[in-house]
Design a protein around this ligand. Sequence first.
Ligand code: PMP
Length: 358
Amino acid sequence: MPAEVLEQAAAEMLDWPDASGRSSGMGVMEMSHRGRAFGEILARAQTDFRSLMAVPENFHILFMQGGGAAQNAIVPLNLCGPSADTQAKADFVVTGGWSAKSLLEAGKYCQPHEAARSAAFRDIPDLATWRLHHGAAYVHLCSNETVHGVEFHTLPDLAALGCDAPLVIDCSSHIASRPLDWSRVGLAYAGAQKNLGPAGLTLVVVREDLLERALPACPSVFCYRELARHDSMVNTPPTFGIYMAGLVFQWLLRQGGIAAMEQRNIAKAQALYAAIDASDLFYNPVDPACRSRMNVPFFLRVPERTDAFLVSAEAAGLLQLKGHKSLGGLRASLYNAMPMEGVQTLISLMREFERTQA
Ligand code: PMP
């Protein structure tokens, strides 16, 4: 989270001032979600996100709960109907741990099919090899694999591959780090807790024509059509999360918007990957064509020294560099709020460690 945003939230914790600076006499957590004050917060968050990410008018922006993982069930519940008579098929492109989980969960609601799978989750299979089903309800991929560090730098053009199914993307860990080509997407979802705000909020952007495909069993509070009709308020929405995400959107606008953010993210990622590639001690195994700008898993050629590196990192104020439990090693998260100075401190430490302690 950007420090500026946390400071603003702290200053407004007991008394939220409206757009004209007038005191509301209450904090955001104390507001009725149907009241005027929260209405302003919700409307501004939607408008700012639409303008930031250039979301076309025929897409709805929904604020939901359940995290990215719940969408693995909510997506098939919404896209595999409207009839429950024959089980719909859906195609999955598996490029890491998160898309593998999406495929497994979807199996409870539809017939998932693995259209492509990358070797050891270190690359993206060539589009020409994807086996897409005619008549699939949707094609799912994770556009940035948080654990394995594999990112789609361009989204596939399914129509050009002869596929008319909507593309569904899990963009939880790189949303708002780069522009998104909405002409290639039917639905995008993201848990908020990487680039947008606190855990507990999930953002869903769904194309209007996909709202009428829900299975009869789809719960009302998870039904995109109902959420779109009721402005994300089928039940009480995650009000504080929406408020915090709204402050992040305002911060992003002040930074110059998503194009400016993308340039900074490119510079941060390039600096770190260049340092890793130039090192004899550290390495990153991902195909350079699809290395993630947000999540950089890296490893020591002498794995026994990993813990010593983590101790030095903590002493230098570099926190949470331990790799995901499934891979071990190290992982640097370069989300929007991470400044270039943080990356440079890490690079200096890596050089120093390699020179003196490896
Ligand atoms: N998808 C991706 C790409 C993720 O990174 C995560 C969480 N790290 C999830 C899904 C699951 O999100 P949640 O914990 O919010 O359910």
